[in-house]
Design a protein around this ligand. Structure first.
Ligand code: GDG
Length: 471
């Protein structure tokens, strides 16, 4: 069983959206995104293939080529698959476990069995489309069994795996009932990439403590000095490859857009911004509470300060996401009830996904960006904000627990578990804009250089070069 694609990307989600016209006509259109942008050059150059779920249960279009020649190969998932594999095991078991138990993970045997089945189905599809000796790049926590299954089916393939979320410490990981299967699944790859050296070290420590595995070397960034050797002699390289953004995909800001937005907000002196998927890992409630306390203590003035929070709808059928949403919305209501005026809220809140161009205007307009996750693999929002402030304007408040804090260490770092720490960082950032403009600009420019130099293409190149070197 083999196809004719020499480069195959596999991700839970295929980069397509289903559009239904008013007359009911349905069309599948390629959807842009950071990962697509990063991988497009290789995919297009090699006329590669992307395997994934098209985003709608119980149906899938026939495989089709994008205008640029990339083959999109859908994997059909039933509603039951979606519930057990995606909402259940991926997002109610693995997601909280890998984000250090911010909420309690739930483990169900039926979810695990759905996860195994779906990983097997993905493997069958990949085995069908991949050419002899092809390079296959598997993305993220939904597909951790795929490398192991694929290696058994197709030992000729060169398999890379990248984890987009953190990898927890061995002590936490060991609570997973199917820990051995996951480790073996991952070790089917030739190269396993994480965002940070600390994630890679967690994985290496876990392997070192697992019978039959030996670990050589230490994890490096954008290179692979570390290897895990399995009992049958298969060598798996392990490294840290911090993801970044495609500055070009942020597009151009709308001419005059910033002035228009600030006027709509009532021309405040200070605009503070948060942009997140509505996820309990992102610390949205905590930042609202910190903002509220600063208003209460009159450290911030509601007449001259506004907070804009964009919370993109996410995983809405999972109980803990519903709870997170209602807590956030209750806080927004309370803060506006206390500190707003008619027609002049102090928190502007959207529970919607905005077009990228609009998001860019928000980033440009914001004096302070608040990024306060309890745990985050990287956090691209922080990097996108920095990318929009190449003129040195603005300030970034960033959680120490976001992967991005390793590279963006000129941000105002805070501990999101400590409201006082968020308050301090936010206030320092706001006051620094007027009080220490040069130092503030220097910090932003240093971060901008970092993001401009290590963009998402560097990430993809570094990973794929390391993967080639394992041959
Ligand atoms: C996972 C990891 C890691 C948000 N709202 C809108 C919108 N967005 C875009 C942002 C950004 C992306 O979504 C979010 O990326 P993050 O990195 O911040 O967070 P996750 O979704 O949790 O991503 C994370 C990432 O994978 C990559 O490896 O960094 O740690 O959790 O690009 O701009 N985009 C549009 N409208 C919105 O309203 N168009």
């Amino acid at each position: 069983m083999s196809g004719d694609n020499s480069f195959v990307v596999v991700a839970n989600r295929l980069p397509v959206d289903l559009h239904t016209a008013p007359d009911g006509t349905r069309t599948w259109t390629p959807s842009p995104g950071g990962l697509v942008a990063a991988l497009s050059p290789v995919l297009e150059h090699q006329q590669g293939c992307w395997v994934g779920w098209p985003g709608v249960s119980d149906e899938a279009p026939e495989p089709f080529r994008t205008d640029a020649g990339v083959l999109l190969h859908p994997v059909r998932l039933t509603e039951a698959d979606y519930e057990g594999f995606y909402e259940g095991f991926s997002n109610a078991s693995l997601w909280p476990l890998y984000h250090d138990l911010i909420v309690t993970p739930v483990y169900h045997r039926e979810w695990w069995s759905a996860y195994r089945d779906v990983n097997l189905r993905f493997a069958l599809e990949v085995a069908e489309v991949a050419a002899e000796g092809a390079t296959v790049w598997v993305q993220d926590y939904q597909l951790q069994l795929l490398p192991g299954i694929l290696r058994q089916m197709r030992p000729d393939l060169r398999i890379g795996f990248f984890l987009h979320i953190p990898f927890p410490s061995p002590d936490l990981f060991r609570q997973l009932p199917w820990r051995d299967e996951i480790i073996r699944g991952l070790l089917g790859a030739d190269l396993i990439g994480f965002h940070l050296e600390s994630n890679a070290r967690n994985f290496l420590d876990l392997c070192a403590a697992t019978e039959g595995l030996t670990v050589e070397g230490n994890a490096g960034t954008r290179r692979t000095d570390a290897h895990v050797v399995t009992h049958d002699g298969h060598r798996v390289a392990v490294g840290a490859f911090p993801i970044s953004i495609d500055a070009a995909s942020l597009g151009e800001g709308e001419e005059g857009g910033v002035d228009k937005l600030r006027a709509e907000l009532g021309d405040p002196e200070t605009v503070i911004l948060g942009v997140d998927r509505l996820d309990y890992t992102k610390g949205i409630l905590q930042r609202l509470l910190a903002f509220e306390e600063l208003l209460e203590s009159e450290a911030l003035d509601p007449a001259t300060t506004v907070l804009m929070q964009v919370a993109t709808p996410s995983r809405e059928r999972i109980e803990q996401y519903r709870v997170a949403r209602s807590q956030v919305e209750e806080a927004v209501g309370r803060i506006n009830g206390t500190f707003g005026a008619m027609g002049r809220p102090v928190v502007h809140y959207l529970h919607q996904s905005l077009p990228k161009s609009e998001l860019r205007t928000y980033y440009e307009a914001a004096d302070v960006m608040l990024v306060t996750p309890f745990k985050d693999g990287m956090n691209l929002v922080a990097k996108e904000y920095v990318a929009c402030h190449g003129d040195g304007s603005g300030a970034l408040v960033l959680s120490e627990f976001a992967g991005a804090a390793v590279e963006l260490n000129e941000a105002h770092l805070c501990n999101p578990f400590d409201l006082e720490s968020i308050k301090r960082a936010l206030l320092t950032a706001v006051q620094g804009l007027a009080g220490a403009p040069e130092a503030t600009a220097e910090r932003m420019l240093a971060m901008h250089r970092q993001v401009a130099e290590y963009d998402v293409n560097r990430w993809a190149d570094a990973f794929l070069t390391s993967l080639e070197e394992t041959r």
